[in-house]
Design a protein around this ligand. Structure first.
Ligand code: IPM
Ligand code: MG
Length: 358
């Protein structure tokens, strides 16, 4: 059966990098029998410009009808002055919530070819392979009440709510343990249970879920310590299980261990394996339109889509191998370039990966 993919390029470098990922999908379709059809939609600032909202109804409908979503990035200075309710980021949060994509998988892997591109010593990061499993539709990002109000002293105060139900904790914990079973069978759950009641409950439920996975070794770590351990000795981690906000922060940190945030894909999955796939980096408005952005994170997001939603593991391996091959050839976009390598632009990198699929 032909699978439907909703393609949402978004803003900034989004359209440039998504164009290269679409070329990879087209090549897989034309040369390797992948049965897919793609339809484009607007999201983020592009959604606001086209339809007055960062998540136009038509886009949400398109994404709901699709088997998988490929997303670029959202946001940029052009829309920063808009009210928070219609800012590009709301489009992203809205589609995550609208599709109930509660499990966000953010791998941080170091390619041997790029170990020297990291700001950390190569021996600290070589061979690194971490999977951050971040809760994506709850926690402080969505908790009510929230807002800015006047307090009794007549002074303005801002407030947000960190809230997780047992069920929300349980399902993301299960997702993390299931993934750990296919990896090195270690889960480190991140919390701030020494201060926050919400994460005290988090720790209790995760510990309970772990009893169903006797082969997985569970540890708990406070988030501040985790931030430190990630740069001190990152290879101690296999799967890191986090809430929404801690995962947002730690995944950016983990990405830099790999040399460039331009290399890292992500998957956001619902309870049935439907998913949205996007690079973890942002829209990089400072380099948009210059043709120099690294399309690899988006192309690797296609690989994750093949693996997690389309059940095409062999094609996913093929995409991963093609990326590895062009790195072996010494091709580098500017963000991962080091002395002695060949500097290429977005389209050249995409074309090289497409050619390396054979
Ligand atoms: C991310 C981003 C988003 C988040 C923003 C753009 C809303 O930082 O995907 O990590 O905070 O989740
Ligand atoms: Mg983030």
């Amino acid at each position: 059966m032909t699978k439907k993919i909703a393609v949402l390029p978004g803003d900034g470098i989004g359209p440039e990098i998504v164009a290269e990922a679409v070329k990879v999908l087209e090549a897989l379709r034309d040369r390797f029998g992948l049965k897919v059809e793609m339809e484009h939609g607007h999201i983020g600032g592009a959604g606001y410009d086209a339809a007055g909202h960062p998540l136009p109804d038509a886009t949400l409908a398109l994404a709901k009808a699709a088997d998988a979503v490929l997303l670029g990035a959202v946001g940029g200075p052009k829309w920063e002055a808009l009210p928070i309710a219609v800012r590009p980021e709301k489009g992203l949060l809205g589609i995550r919530k609208g599709l109930e994509l509660f499990a966000n998988l953010r791998p941080a892997q170091v390619y041997p070819q790029l170990a020297s591109a990291s700001t950390l010593k190569p021996e600290v990061v070589a061979g690194l392979d971490i999977m951050i499993v971040r809760e994506l539709t709850g926690g402080i990002y969505f908790g009510q009440p929230r807002g800015i109000r006047n307090n009794a002293q007549g002074e303005r105060e801002g407030f947000n709510t960190l809230v997780y139900s047992e069920n929300e904790i349980r399902r993301i914990a299960k997702a993390a343990f299931d993934i750990a079973m296919k990896r090195n069978r270690k889960v480190c759950s991140i919390d701030k249970a020494n201060v926050l009641e919400c994460t005290e409950l988090w720790r209790e439920i995760v510990t309970d879920v772990a009893t169903g996975y006797p082969e997985v070794e569970l540890s708990h770590m406070y988030v501040d310590n985790a931030a430190m351990q990630l740069v001190r000795n990152p290879k101690q981690f296999d799967v890191m299980l986090t809430d929404n906000m801690f995962g947002d922060i730690l995944s950016d940190e983990a990405s830099m261990l790999t040399g460039s945030i331009g290399m890292l894909p992500s998957a956001s999955l619902d309870a049935n394996g439907k998913g949205m796939y996007e690079p973890i980096h942002g829209s990089a408005p400072d380099i948009a339109g210059q043709g120099i952005a690294n399309p690899i994170a988006t192309i690797l997001s296609v690989s994750m889509m093949l693996r997690y939603t389309l059940n095409e593991a062999a094609l996913a391996d093929r995409v991963d191998a093609a990326v590895s091959k062009v790195l072996d050839q010494g091709l580098r976009t500017v963000d991962i370039w080091t002395e002695g390598c060949k500097k290429v632009g977005t389209a050249e990198m995409g074309a090289a990966i497409v050619a390396a699929l054979d």
